[in-house]
Write a protein that binds this ligand. Structure first.
Ligand SMILES: Nc1nc2c(c(=O)[nH]1)N[C@H]1C(S)=C(S)[C@@H](COP(=O)(O)O)O[C@H]1N2
Ligand SMILES: [Mo]
Length: 521
């Protein structure tokens, strides 16, 4: 029992010390975050897909709790092992430290061997604590052997040193709690400059404002996703266990690579001095299942990426440029690759600094992110961006491409029934069926509804804002008693109708029709 407690205390000490050390190195180098991040890096795409589907944005929390649970179980076991064989228990803790250190160094944003320090220092101190505590629990091995130490142990107490254990255990617990709390405070404080710099951002008025939203773009129907998704409700998908807190005053963006005749490094003020454009653009995640929630529409403000690239001498492949891939890299080492041709074909590809009238929220990429209409987020929407490299698809595979997702991923035409909800029990009579449909950069031309195996009937479309945004739609259904299946499909402006063919999100986005089953009372 006390051995188990010793193990737990040693584990707690190790984590607390690691937290404190990570405050000096980098919060991302702490063992739980590092192991979690390394796990995300290595998780086969299918497992990740499953995790996102089941935990949604809570997947990261579940992952960290899982790591802590495993660590706790091993700490307890090491306590027991250590009671029988102290060196083995101690070595066990050091092995865990080594795993944490290796994970930290392996991360794409690692700043090198210093990232090993939190885990290593934590493990060494944890091992010392375990050794000390277990030492109090055991009669010294020397009791039966001659020698000064043995003599002392024999004369003191033949069993275990209760007082010594309690003092050592309490001291370890108190010191670790202190170290852990101090580490937390320091880690929290790190973001202060970033938060302050965000509070000081005044977004300039756009030189090219978004066209006023057409009156009819927002239907007044309960249950439909609002045309503009408020920032607080906007989906979030990224690999960051610790959200990068970037200070806008020291932020830099470098543009370089193949065909860049004038490489530049820009500051945040450099960006704000340029002409600002404001556009409504609907963002979609490739991991979104048919009918899923990872899509949102915001009013972005930022600078045109094509203009910046052109000033640096970049030409798209169709005009003889040598680079066909633009690799955006974030401060946390994430890489996303977009076709240069798409980014420079005149669409509103932005380096965005504002979202729905506010500086970018930290979760959504403060201070600067990319937004490219028509491309899934993982091939375009780099948050916390700090580097743009022009290269080729042959020469470089980005983070998700290395993990079997497609190199190129234009957004597929999709439609979703927002209301009624699955298994709803509406009353017979007129039931408003409504939802959203999107086909960014092509535009939505038509949405149709089918009740059971009946004919396709045209839904009423809300006014179009732009072809880069989703459209709401509605259909007054004369509902009759009994169970019914409602199915929706959209047709885009190229005339292509959303395919019935079901596909998983991997490798280039889910397809198929969204259906909702209801019972009419
Ligand atoms: N730095 C960074 N940028 C990123 C990601 C990421 O993991 N790290 N995820 C991408 C993905 S997969 C999507 S769908 C969008 C989501 O943007 P949001 O979280 O603002 O909705 O961000 C993209 N940009
Ligand atoms: Mo995504």
């Amino acid at each position: 029992m006390l051995a188990v407690l010793s193990g737990a205390l040693a584990g707690f000490t190790a984590l607390a010390v690691a937290e404190l050390v990570s405050a000096w190195v980098r919060p991302q180098a702490g063992p739980v975050v590092a192991v979690g991040g390394a796990a995300i890096d290595r998780t086969p795409a299918a497992v990740k897909d499953w995790a996102i589907r089941n935990f949604g944005t809570a997947d990261k929390l579940v992952l960290q709790l899982g790591i802590l649970t495993v660590l706790a179980a091993f700490a307890l076991a090491l306590g027991l092992l250590g009671l029988r064989h102290r060196p083995a228990g101690t070595a066990g803790i050091l092995v865990f430290g080594a795993v944490g250190a290796a994970a930290a160094i392996s991360r794409p944003d690692s700043s090198g061997v210093v990232d090993a320090l939190p885990s290593l220092v934590g493990a060494v101190i944890g091992a010392l604590v375990l050794c000390t505590l277990l030492g109090r629990l055991q009669p010294s091995e020397a009791t039966s052997a001659p020698g000064a130490a043995g003599q002392e142990a024999v004369t003191r107490s033949p069993g275990w040193d209760r007082r010594g254990f309690l003092i050592a255990a309490s001291a370890a617990a108190a010191a670790s709690a202190g170290a852990g709390a101090w580490g937390r405070v320091l880690n929290g404080g790190r973001g202060r400059d970033a938060v302050a710099s965000r509070a000081n951002v005044a977004l300039p008025a756009p030189a090219s404002p978004a066209r006023p939203m057409p009156k009819g773009a927002q239907l007044r129907l309960p249950g439909v996703s609002p045309f503009i998704t408020p920032n607080k409700d906007f989906y979030r998908v990224d690999t960051a266990l610790v959200v990068p807190k970037v200070d806008a005053t020291t932020w830099r963006l470098r543009i370089h690579g193949k065909g860049v005749t004038r490489p530049v490094t820009l500051t945040f003020d450099d960006l704000l001095r340029r002409d600002m454009v404001e556009r409504d653009i609907t963002l979609t995640c490739v991991s979104n299942e048919v009918g899923g929630p990872y899509v949102g529409n915001a009013r972005w403000i930022g600078v045109r990426l094509d203009a910046l690239l052109a000033e640096s001498g970049v030409k798209p492949p169709s005009r003889g440029g040598p680079a066909d891939q633009l690799v955006a890299r974030s401060v946390d080492g994430m890489t996303l690759g977009s076709p240069v041709e798409d980014v420079m074909d005149g669409r509103d590809a932005l380096l965005a600094v504002g979202m729905n009238g506010q500086p970018l929220p930290v979760d959504h990429g403060f201070p600067v992110r990319m937004v490219v209409p028509g491309l899934y987020g993982y091939v375009s929407a780099c948050k916390w961006i700090e580097d743009i490299e022009l290269t080729t698809f042959d020469d470089y595979d980005t983070y998700w491409v290395k993990r079997d997702w497609a190199r190129k991923a234009p957004i597929k035409t999709q439609s979703r029934i927002d209301t009624p909800k699955p298994f709803a029990r509406p009353a017979a009579g007129t039931v408003m069926v409504a939802g959203v449909a999107w086909a960014q950069h092509r535009g939505i031309d038509k949405v149709e509804i089918r009740v059971d195996d009946g004919p396709w009937q045209q839904a009423r479309l809300a006014a179009e804002d732009s072809r880069d945004t989703w459209r709401q739609w509605s259909f007054p259904w004369q509902a009759t008693k009994g169970g019914h299946t409602l199915t929706v499909r959209a047709t885009d402006r190229t005339g292509a109708t959303q395919t019935e063919q079901r596909a998983r999100p991997i490798p280039d986005g889910a397809s198929g029709w969204h259906s909702v089953v209801v019972t009419v009372d």
